[in-house]
Every structure is written in C-alpha cells, then in structure tokens.
Design a protein around this ligand. Structure first.
Ligand code: HEM
Length: 353
C-alpha cells in the first residue's frame, strides 16, 4: 500500500511539474535538428523489439494510435488550436490526408533505424521536427507584443501528445486486443515512444516515458483521469472533429464507425454511454463485432495474423487510392469544416454517423 501511495505521489508531482514548467520551453529542443546521436539510455534491442511487435500486431497498434488521437483531440484546447491554425484539419478529406500521412511517418519509425541518417525513419523524423518548428515559429512570432508571451507547441504539449500515441493501451490493454503482450513487450513500446519523443525534440525532463514502466503506466492513468476525462465529459463542442477523423477512415482503414467505437470504449473509460447511442442496425452490428473482436478474437494467434495482414493491406490500399478517396470524401462531406473561427464547434445532431 505504501509503495502504491509512493508511486501515485511521485508521478503526481512529476506530472504537475511538467504541466507548469513544460509550458516555458519550445517543444523542439534546438540541438535536436539533425541529431543522429542516440541518447545514452538508448536500448537498440528493445527498440527493435518494439518494431517487431508493430509488424506482428499492426492492426491493434494502429487502432490504439487512432483512439488516442480521437480522445486526445477532444481534450486539449491549446493543441487543438495549433492543429486548426494550419488548415490541414479543415475538412474530412483534409483530415484523411493529414492522418494518413501521420500513419505513414509512424510506420517508417516502426520500420527503420531512427539514428541512421540515410534511413527513412531519420528523414521522416527530421521532416516532422521541421514541420513542428515552422508552425511553432509562425505562431510564436505572431503574438501581439503587449500580450503575455505563451510558447505555442511547447514541451508540455509534446508530453501530452506522446500519451495520445499509446497511452490508452496502458489502461485498457485487454479490451484493445493486447492479450498476447507481456511486460517485456509493453516495456519495448514505452521505450520506443521515449526514443521517438527524444528524436522529435522532447527534453528528457519532460519525456513521458522517462521512468520505470510502472511510472509510465501510472502517468498515463493520471493524465487520462485527472486531465483528459473531465474535459472529454464536457466535450460536446469538440467531438465533431474526432468523429470526422473516423468518418475519413471508415471503410478504408477501419471497419468500425464512430458510434460503435465510442459505444464500446465509453463504459471502459468512464464516459457516459448514452452520449454515444447506436441508432441503426449497422451500428449495433458494428459494435458487437468490435467487442467480440477485441475481447475474444485477438486471443487467437491465427486471427491476429489475419487481422494484421488485412490491416497492412488496408493502409497500403488507402495510400494507393488516396486521390480517389479524397475526391469521394470531398463530395460526401461538403458541409463539414473545422476552423479556428468556428471553434468551439457547434454540435451537429448527425455527428454520430
Ligand atoms: C510526440 C509528439 C508528437 C508526434 C509523435 C507528432 C507527430 C506528427 C507527425 C507524424 C506529423 C506529420 C503529419 C503530416 O505529414 O501531415 C506532425 C505534424 C504536425 N504536428 Fe505533430 N506530433 C507530435 C506533437 C505535436 C504537438 C504537441 C502539436 C501541437 C501543439 C503538433 C502539431 C502538429 C502540426 C501543426 C503539424 C503539421 C501538420 C498540420 O498542420 O496538422 N504535434 N506531427
């Protein structure tokens, strides 16, 4: 009991420290611009193990990334405003392009060596750092001279976004299909994201995965319970954008729609299930398929292999058919748009579709 209390308190103090101090520093450490030098804590074998896991559990790990994204998007005003500022999240088709590109970057990180200057991973990380820096510079240099200076895209936001990429797998692993994962496997995932955080310019001091595995898990739990959950519960004006991301990928990468996904995770994550009703037979069927797949089918290696193959194929197909999907989404959702001017968004009664 004493140990649990210690862990809770230690992590709580670090979290509050990061919330307060992470705001003061730019999210991209300056010296990280062309860094090909691994940090002294880098464990190449562990990193490689995470890459093998992604190869073998592609479907659940991609789903986890998206879940973090749609829940994370609902939470943090500052992050959402930065994303809205560039216009790349403005419509359903743009969201498709934006997050397909993100998925491709993440795939490269999970495939190649981040410290080999010739590798796709190194080049991708360099490109993302540069995107972050450009957006941050533009926002930070455009603040009115008399306003209180706030650093946009700061270390606190990097810390929270890191959580969005894998955090949900720490609190409901079995319900997301991680039945076959061992402690060593989870350690590899935390190490992977520690390295990616480092490569993108997060200071060790603010790196979510800088700590023991139990501290990482407890940190994700606290971020969700004390930071995200209260905001998601009041999120009505934000969730149209999360729902739009799933609309963009439904049928191409995911066989599940927004209502069925949210109906499934709501009771697991302390959300009000009545906000995510199943209104058609298709949604009801989708929900039961999702539940059965996650809770039962992923226990079987054969099913996991099959789902994995399909998931990789779906991502590759989406890349190949990107232009026609974008065209179709443009036609299908001409009236959905997300801009800084229209934020907070007005809740659309059909947002659950
Ligand atoms: C560990 C943390 C992060 C990771 C792994 C990450 C990942 C990425 C990736 C892969 C891209 C490329 C997307 C593309 O090709 O279009 C990207 C771009 C971008 N990211 Fe991040 N990001 C992180 C943190 C953040 C934070 C904290 C913010 C905002 C406060 C942010 C805002 C942006 C923006 C504005 C872009 C440019 C594309 C756009 O306009 O949406 N990122 N990020």
């Amino acid at each position: 009991m004493m140990d649990d209390d210690d862990l809770y308190e230690r992590v709580r103090r670090r979290r509050l420290y990061i919330y307060e101090n992470g705001r003061k520093f730019n999210g991209t450490r300056p010296e990280s611009e062309s860094s090909n030098v691994p940090p002294e804590w880098y464990e190449p074998q562990t990193f490689k193990h995470a890459q093998e896991l992604f190869d073998n559990f592609h479907s659940i790990m991609v789903f986890t990334n998206f879940m973090g994204l749609i829940l994370g998007l609902m939470c943090d005003d500052d992050i959402l405003r930065v994303l809205l500022s560039t216009g790349k999240s403005e419509t359903v088709d743009k969201l498709f392009t934006r997050y397909l590109s993100t998925a491709k970057h993440v795939e490269d990180w999970y495939r190649y060596d981040p410290f080999d200057t010739e590798s796709k991973s190194f080049k991708s990380l360099k490109m993302v750092r540069s995107m972050h820096r450009k957006v941050a510079d533009k926002l930070n240099n455009n603040q009115p001279a008399d306003s209180q200076i706030e650093i946009r895209m700061n270390q606190r936001e990097m810390f929270l976004t890191q959580c969005a990429f894998f955090g949900i797998s720490t609190y409901i692993p079995k319900q997301l299909g991680y039945h076959q994962f061992t402690q060593k496997d989870f350690h590899a995932i935390y190490h992977f994201w520690r390295v990616i955080g480092y490569c993108l310019g997060t200071e060790d001091e603010f790196n979510l995965c800088n700590g023991s595995d139990e501290e990482v898990v407890e940190m994700c739990r606290q971020i969700y319970h004390y930071d995200c959950l209260p905001k998601i519960r009041k999120c009505a004006e934000r969730y149209p954008m999360s729902s739009a991301i799933i609309k963009a990928f439904y049928g191409h990468v995911f066989p599940f729609n927004y209502s069925s996904i949210m109906h499934y995770v709501a009771p697991l994550l302390g959300l009000d299930i009545s906000l995510y009703p199943l209104t058609t037979f298709k949604e009801w069927f989708n929900y039961h398929m999702l539940k059965f797949t996650m809770e039962k089918m992923y226990q079987y290696t054969l099913f996991t292999k099959l789902a994995n193959r399909n998931s990789k194929k779906a991502t590759t197909m989406s890349e190949k058919k990107q232009r026609s999907i974008v065209k179709k989404l443009k036609k299908q959702y001409p009236d959905i748009s997300f801009t800084l001017e229209t934020y907070p968004f007005v809740l659309d009664s059909n947002a659950n579709d």
